[in-house]
Design a protein around this ligand. Structure first.
Ligand SMILES: C[S@@+](CC[C@H](N)C(=O)[O-])C[C@H]1O[C@@H](n2cnc3c(N)ncnc32)[C@H](O)[C@@H]1O
Length: 297
């Protein structure tokens, strides 16, 4: 299976309020969410789905209401304008990597298989994991491990990488893992998951593109349109939470003349929605999912 969609019913229930409306799925993947959205639309409804990964195009849906856009969702607003659409009724983003991308060993996303250091969702892009590990300055590597991997020993890891690559280029995921073979076995899974997450976020500029997409989503959503975001780690969820609450990512929120905090969205629920035990049992990827829903004010 290409990908087992997470929080499928709950997300689409929240998203589609107008069967005749125009909807966007920012992260098509295997098309699970897109198919569910289409099933809720009338003949007049339209769905535009984005994915930057060429592999996802193979899952396209043969439906006159559907358009698949092979584009990074950071170009959401301009891409929709190119289709003559300035406003939409709802936008869904199911962030991160698909199971297919993890399972295809040679893409280099998985900590479990040996593969070239790659981790690009868009294989046409220049920057890959090999460049980051072999060419980035020590300080930049340390920042990535610290901020994106939340690894306290970031400086030490960066120093070890830079020391090693002076004598031999680090080519594969195994080469990289071997540098840290002193990590005790019981800590390795978590440690390597954090290291790989950090590199993946940098390769795909995941936090930057998320911010750009959120800002553009607000601009192109109709009033009362819904923004539904499913995220899989706290760095993404923090950005989504802050943006839905105050329309910004950092700093003190603005206040209106009455002293009330400015709001961009009404939250459908203040707490993040998470999958139930049954879904997590059936689909381990759902374990870390958090969904937030905003209604544009
Ligand atoms: C978690 S999967 C989505 C799965 C999908 N909801 C389904 O039901 O199959 C995330 C997908 O979004 C794509 N993606 C991630 N970031 C993207 C971005 N910035 N622009 C476009 N596509 C992106 C990935 O290539 C991947 O296929």
């Amino acid at each position: 299976m290409y990908h087992n969609p997470v929080l499928l019913k709950q997300s689409v229930d929240a998203l589609v309020t107008n069967p005749d409306g125009i909807y966007v799925d920012c992260t098509f993947g295997g098309g699970g969410h897109s198919r569910e959205i289409l099933s809720r639309l009338s003949d007049k409804g339209k769905l535009f789905s984005f994915d930057q990964d060429l592999d996802a195009l193979k899952n396209t849906i043969d439906d006159p209401r559907f358009t698949l856009v092979n584009q990074n969702f950071r170009f959401l607003e301009n891409s929709m304008l190119a289709y003559g659409v300035s406003h939409v009724d709802g936008i869904l983003a199911d962030l991160g990597v698909s199971s297919h991308q993890f399972d295809e060993a040679e893409r280099g996303f998985s900590t479990r298989s040996n593969a070239p250091l790659d981790m690009r969702m868009n294989v046409m892009q220049d920057l890959d994991a090999k460049k980051i590990i072999n060419d980035y300055e020590e300080e930049d590597l340390a920042d990535i491990f610290y901020h994106y991997g939340e690894l306290r020993e970031a400086r030490k890891l960066a120093r070890e990488i830079v020391h090693h690559r002076k004598s031999k280029k680090i080519e594969t995921t195994e080469d990289l893992k071997n540098l840290f073979n002193y990590i005790p076995a019981f800590k390795q899974n978590k440690f390597f998951a954090q290291v790989f997450q950090a590199i993946r976020i940098e390769v795909n500029q995941e936090l930057e593109v998320l911010k750009e997409m959120l800002v553009q989503s607000y601009k192109i959503l109709k009033v009362e349109g819904r923004l539904v975001v499913i995220s899989y780690h706290s760095l993404e969820d923090r950005l989504v939470k802050r943006f839905l609450k105050n329309g910004m990512f950092e700093g003190e929120p603005q206040r209106d003349i009455y002293g009330n905090y400015a709001k961009a969205f009404e939250l459908l629920q203040t707490k993040a929605i998470i999958p139930d035990d049954k879904e997590i049992e059936e689909n381990s990827r759902a374990r870390s999912a958090k969904m937030r829903i905003g209604i544009k004010l």
